[in-house]
Ligand binder design. Structure first.
Ligand code: APR
Length: 234
């Protein structure tokens, strides 16, 4: 049975890979097909909003055909059964953690199924395509509706809550992330500096593997359920 009380889990695109969602930096990843400066920056949106809408409309539609995998389900099970606290901080904008039953969850990079209006800042859930001629349901202006995604150069969400959780964690687990993007890539050092035990679960060693006290490598659907069982003493 786990002796850990407060567990913080950082997840990335590798967790959803076996559900059929491409990662970003693997050889056939999203950034091998799209230029992030065009589709994932405020400047790109200002230059060509239709190109950005096409990109996120495609990704939003792909959510309809995917399901949470055994790794998502194992993490939801850990949250339900662990006597202490389990917080998931995800970089993923898909809804597979929620679909698996996870509740204590922070989407630090936003969500594909949410939008907001840059004119009036109204935010809401949204499952359909976006376009430049769509009127905001609140201010009725067009051209302002954008995906509620944290683009490069923008501040991730709830950094204060994440910092508090990292300060108190006694176990930090990183799953399916390459450790290329900050501030998420710096969480392991922060957790470790606060005394947490740190473990990387990933298909292969990440950029930040040397920061971790322990690492287990393999596909998430195999290594995450086994690791959760060990934590729960099953
Ligand atoms: N099981 C476990 N890990 C996997 C699997 C798998 N089946 N498939 C791939 N991985 C690992 C890869 O080895 C890689 O280290 O997942 C990681 C995915 O890395 P990235 O594609 O860089 O994705 P991520 O780390 O989540 O990207 C961070 O960058 O593009 C931005 O905002 C975007 O949230 C994203 C952020």
């Amino acid at each position: 049975m786990s002796t850990y009380e407060r567990i913080v889990i950082l997840t990335g695109a590798g967790l959803s890979a076996e559900s059929g969602l491409a990662t970003f930096r693997d050889k056939d990843g999203v950034w091998a097909k799209y230029d992030y400066r065009e589709v994932a920056t405020p400047e790109g949106f200002a230059r060509n909003p239709s190109l950005v809408h096409d990109f996120y409309n495609m990704r939003r539609r792909s959510l309809a055909s995917v399901k949470p995998n055994a790794a998502h389900i194992a993490l939801a099970c850990l949250e339900q059964k662990h006597k202490g606290q389990v917080l998931i901080v995800t970089q993923n904008v898909d809804n597979l953690h929620e679909a698996a039953g996870s509740q204590n969850l922070i989407h630090m990079h936003g969500e594909l199924l949410k939008v907001f209006c840059i004119h009036c800042r109204m935010g809401c859930s949204w499952a359909d395509d976006l376009s430049t001629d769509l009127a905001c349901p609140s201010c009725d202006k067009t051209g302002g509706m954008r995906p509620d995604i944290v683009w490069f150069g923008e501040m991730p969400y709830r950094m204060g809550d994440i910092g508090d959780a990292l300060a108190e964690a006694d176990l930090f687990i990183s799953i399916g992330t390459s450790g290329n993007v900050y501030p998420a890539a710096g969480f392991v050092a922060e957790a470790r500096a606060n005394g947490a035990h740190t473990i990387e679960l990933n298909l292969e060693p990440s950029e930040g593997v040397s920061y971790f006290a322990e690492a287990i490598h393999g596909p998430a659907t195999r290594i995450v359920p086994a690791f959760v069982d060990k934590l729960l003493g099953i």
